[in-house]
Design a protein around this ligand. Sequence first.
Ligand SMILES: C[S@@+](CC[C@H](N)C(=O)[O-])C[C@H]1O[C@@H](n2cnc3c(N)ncnc32)[C@H](O)[C@@H]1O
Length: 375
Amino acid sequence: MNFHVLTLFPDMIEQGLHTSILGKAMEKGCITLETTNIREFAANKYNRVDDYPYGGGAGMVMEAEPVYRACKSVEQKIGRPVRTVYLTPQGRVLNQTIVEELAMEEELILLCGHYEGIDERVLEDVVTDYISIGDYVLTGGELGAMVLIDAVSRFVPGVLSNEESSQFESLQDNLLEYPHYTRPEEWRGKKVPPVLLSGDHRKIEAWRYEKSVERTKERRPDLLKNAVSVTCAFYAPEESLREMILQTTGEMTRYGNFLDVGRKKIRKQRNAFGSGDFLLFAVPACLPSDSPLASHEEFFCSFHGKDTPAALMICGGSDEADQASGQLQLLSERLKTALEGRGFRILDICLNPEESRKRRQFLLGLREKIYRGIS
Ligand SMILES: C[S@@+](CC[C@H](N)C(=O)[O-])C[C@H]1O[C@@H](n2cnc3c(N)ncnc32)[C@H](O)[C@@H]1O
């Protein structure tokens, strides 16, 4: 991924980012960083890029033209218009979902303001996203750009030595992470919780979940009110489909429950959910001839929601043939109606989640809705 930072203080960015994990990632070529000094695009011999605000008031404003030219010069090098983020206290406050969504871009321009900010007219022309790093005011956008680059880079493949470590962390499930311990087993009279030494992975996972909830309740109760318990109800006649569905749920939550509706036992029991749950339904577009049930709807007969938020994935359809995608559309509408009739509120539908980019966007969209509070 390539980051292009437009700034009046390129040294600040270069010195701040060429160390530690990001420094190594740049050496490996996983990410690149290019800074452009907006001052080089000043239209006067003093290289001045700011002026007094119309209407009076304190402070200076960065002029439109140098910012415009700096931005266009970067776009020209890349060869196409690029998503351009203006770091500003007036933007959407950065969160983990926005970070992961930005990490899907190949190129990103970050525009740093200074003084009182930048002439509104150029912002209207070049900016695609307004992002704040928190509800406080900084002297310039450089620290914001560095925070954003650091957080986004963690999701670029190869940046972290163990890719897993960017998968499950604080905030993914609207939960803070459980506490961590390392050697020694006893430090100044304090022992590591015995369950972590037990080798019993189920017990360890249950303990971690409990600690996550406890910690979130204590430190960020605001997050907990939007946390949901995720269950994936699926029918996967093929192993590859099953794997894809399990992995997809894993990208959504660390603590997912799974109900395989291909199993008679699951279809026979009553599967009831409330408004604090979230259901991810996943089925193949075409049922195989040896399917235990004749229609998609029958798989969900044992499911009962109470205004329960849910999403639907219809896998393995073909987008290519018009007719096939038309059929897929019809099937998705039919299933949506059926699930709504059973008390589920369908937030989104993903046709052909096998396409990884499409699936990622679908998941991030769902997580963003959860962050904003769906229940
Ligand atoms: C002093 S601030 C200008 C604030 C502006 N007058 C306002 O009230 O919105 C100067 C620059 O710092 C950056 N900045 C300040 N606070 C920020 C924040 N919370 N997140 C991201 N960037 C910020 C922006 O680029 C901004 O143009």
